[in-house]
Design a protein around this ligand. Sequence first.
Ligand code: KIV
Length: 272
Amino acid sequence: MPGYLVDDTRKVTTHRLKEMKEQGKKIAMLTSYDYTTAKIVDEAGVDIILVGDSASNVMAGNHTTLPITLDQMIYHARSVVRGVKRALVVCDMPFGTYQVNPVEGVRNAIRIMQETGCDAVKLEGGVEILDTVRKILDAGIPVMGHLGLTPQSINKFGTYAVRAREDAEAARLLSDAAALAEAGCFGIVLEKIPAALTQKVVESVDVPIIGIGGGPADGQVLVIDDMLGKNKDFSPKFLRRYADLHTVMLDAIGQYVTDVKSCDFPNAQEQY
Ligand code: KIV
């Protein structure tokens, strides 16, 4: 039985997410990259599990999301799908798999769907990728958009600072969100933009808006390793830490080392 404040135990669908927005019910979204974690995240009642390309940072230790490959994303997504019963599973299309042209984009989206069993894909960008988004939707694949700070473009931005503070960029983001919603995206992630702009987008489109560092929206998403406090080196203002797993793990593993070296482990009951 899924966990907290879950009043509907059926499998989450894109249709159900739209209903949640209409009914003012908030959507909880979190990343996962492996089977064991996804199982817990699903059991706790998270509505959308994102197999984010942030796996490049938190799983592989890269500085950006750019190096992760399609094969690696498929491996992570397939592992997550095996652990999930209720949540909608969205897989990020990694850098380079949809920017070249719409045909390549739809071919790679089909590979993700066929080889992972996930429910949808997520792409970063607005009008510049609209043809690709339409083609993927035409293939029957649900698409989630991602605007604001789009980490695959970090080399163009040159900084992880808040996006769309200026009027021109804010206006562009509003029209990008309208275009993605109009094309048929079932939801849009808005990353690191002013809360007032998020509010405008929430009010101007009828699909769920999921914020990360964007203030209140129809739902929220965080990177699981960050919100569980595994990583002490990343502390943006928007991050709320729900646990201190760094300390929990350090203490537990330190105790294990002590027990092995002092011959306390294994004891008489822990052997055959
Ligand atoms: O890759 C990711 O984890 C993401 C979230 C930050 C939204 O795209």
